[in-house]
Design a protein around this ligand. Sequence first.
Ligand code: C5P
Length: 390
Amino acid sequence: MTGKKLVLGITGGIAAYKSAELVRLLIKAGAEVQVVMTEAACQFITPATMQTLSGKPVFVGMWDASIPNGMPHIELSRQADAILIAPASADFIAKLVHGRADDLLSTLCLARDCTLLVAPAMNKQMWENPSTQRNIAQLQADNILVLGPDSGEQACGEVGLGRMLEVDELLLLINAHFTPKLLAGKRVMITAGATVEMIDPVRGITNLSSGKMGYALAQAAADMGAIVTLVSGITAIKSPANVRNVEANSADSMYSAVMHGITNQDIFIGVAAVADYTPIEKHAQKIKKCESSLKINLIKTKDILADVASLPNPPFCVGFAAESEKLIEYASQKRIEKKLPLIVANDAAYAMGADDNQVILIDKNGTFPITRSRKSDIAQSILMHVTTLL
Ligand code: C5P
């Protein structure tokens, strides 16, 4: 979102308090935010708060003398890469549908030549009302992007659909809107998370992989227009939107899930921390504690990534190498052994569970370090690199 110019329109609704956090996150993500509020929005949050957070004067009225040409609706909409209305009240949505222009925000929406994104927020009865539903359908027909709403407890105490999406979800959707569609139409399969190898019905062997890197790659690939299948082991993360999530908790079930769907995939990225060994015997009943020691015999699992890369017509394969020493040497070796065009090397101890990472991309042309950053940014950089090799 770096350098993108956004107009954030705030209309009258209790969810307006969330817009303060939204501005903060948008600016943190690199966007420039110009806040425009309706008179009603000022009853819920003050322009002073929004000015402090956005670092720019907030516009409310049509007749603001500080705009040099006296036409704020034209000036503000022409400068914007996108306009986001969050929260968008039922009344403001109705205005958009009819092309009304009786205040600054509705006028600049009518005068725009950029994308308009709308995050509705209202009571569930108002949302379900046929008038609102007709209006939402009309917005979509007019190519206005409707983000949400969410379901849950409402300020009035009722429970249902109508809550504004949480700000981090809005941020993901806005980010997706701005991401260049470099993987449009490409099929991408990603494995993510940890596997668990069961010993008996209640015990298993697993590892500390959080799934964050694989999920970030799935999100980034979907944002870039890919058709994504995420074969997911154990993780506590919510699946990204627009991604097909296939659950596969053991090394063996992950192998089957991947091989079942691998035909026609253009890119395969093995991020999952797949167990290298699995118990030979899986006890049907819980093992009772009696002996002073217990021996579990393990057998090597099948290497999913190596087998995909060895298929007669393999997709473009990307592997991950988590190493605790000789990072480049071991990762390069692994790239050759598994016949991978690209491997992502990272420090085993650091990468697991963290929100950020520091990696080195290794391909036939050499090594390309990516400095420490959020896993979402690392994911975008990895995929950008992949597009140069396809
Ligand atoms: O050989 P090693 O486990 O270090 O290789 C790591 C890479 O191989 C990762 O990309 C991982 O997802 C993949 N892998 C796999 N199947 C296995 C073991 C590792 O796909 N059984």
